[in-house]
Design a protein around this ligand. Structure first.
Ligand SMILES: O=C(O)CCC(=O)C(=O)O
Length: 275
């Protein structure tokens, strides 16, 4: 397996303690960081993501017209692999989670069509889908072209990662309505979407409520995401309690056993790769 050998991707991201505190310490459960992808690397990653998405077109899924996804591009493209397995991004994820190392759950494209064809992403909690026994789950989401607010970068509900109120709901109109009602009834704090330049990234917990507006620009929103988790996580002893967790367990943790480490060949540890 080729691990990252590119200097810019090995360079540590300068994350300050106040940013870690903003994410941790029961405050936000999400953070926007600038220039996470080194500028010198963005164009090649974008080309590779587009090309690999095309190669995986037969597997493409369209979520309620909100976005089109393909998954685990890192397994078939060397450039994508260098990014997904980069210590730079994994180092941020581990610091935000407060763990010694992270493993790869999977990566995915999030393409939202322009001219309003890419509908709003419904409010949801990713935790509905994650088949792990840890709260240490985090997603890096990065646009690979500049992403103004009218292209649909993400909004988050600050502090919502401290509950699992929408755990029972997959992403849908129902999850959207359910979370909107909670926000209104409980007067929750919504962090509105912000302009992101290509290479800026958001990180959010799998329990943070998040959504995105429709893309009204004339360009497709080309975004890419990597989902990481605490490298010491296990597969729950109890069988998955919904069909999406069951499918994800089988697909992303092949051969893993209940109560055993969540560490198959599809889940390399990034910071200490020989674990
Ligand atoms: O890209 C989007 O609109 C949604 C992304 C998302 O739900 C996620 O990264 O968990």
């Amino acid at each position: 397996m080729v691990f990252n050998t590119r200097f810019a991707l090995a360079e540590e991201y300068d994350l300050c303690q106040s940013q870690v505190d903003e994410y941790q310490n029961n405050v936000n459960g999400h953070i926007l960081l600038r220039n996470v992808i080194p500028e010198s690397e963005i164009a090649e990653l974008r080309t590779s993501v587009l090309r690999t998405h095309e190669a995986l077109k037969h597997e493409e899924e369209d979520f309620q017209k909100a976005f089109r996804i393909t998954q685990n591009l890192w397994e078939i493209n060397d450039t994508v692999r260098a990014h997904v397995l980069s210590k730079r991004y994994a180092g941020i994820a581990a610091k935000l989670l407060g763990c010694r190392d992270v493993r790869i759950y999977h990566d995915l494209t999030f393409f939202k069509e322009g001219l309003g064809k890419g509908k709003p992403t419904p409010w949801h909690q990713d935790g509905h889908y994650w088949p792990l026994d840890t709260e240490g789950c985090i997603t890096l989401w990065v646009p690979l072209i500049d992403c103004p607010v009218d292209m649909g970068p993400m909004s988050f509900v600050s502090g919502s990662h401290l509950n699992k109120n929408a755990e029972h709901l997959p992403i849908s109109d129902e999850s959207d309505e359910y979370i909107r009602n909670l926000v209104e009834k409980e007067n929750l704090s919504v962090a509105p979407a912000q302009h992101m330049n290509a290479g800026d990234a958001t990180f959010h917990s799998c329990w943070t409520y998040h959504a995105a507006a429709s893309n009204t620009t004339d360009r497709t929103r080309i975004a890419f995401a990597v989902a990481y988790y605490d490298a010491d996580a296990k597969v729950p002893v109890q069988p998955p309690n919904n069909e999406r967790r069951a499918a994800n367990l089988a697909r992303w943790f092949p051969g893993a056993v209940p109560g055993g480490p969540a560490a198959t060949e599809k889940n390399p540890a990034v910071l200490c790769p020989h674990d």
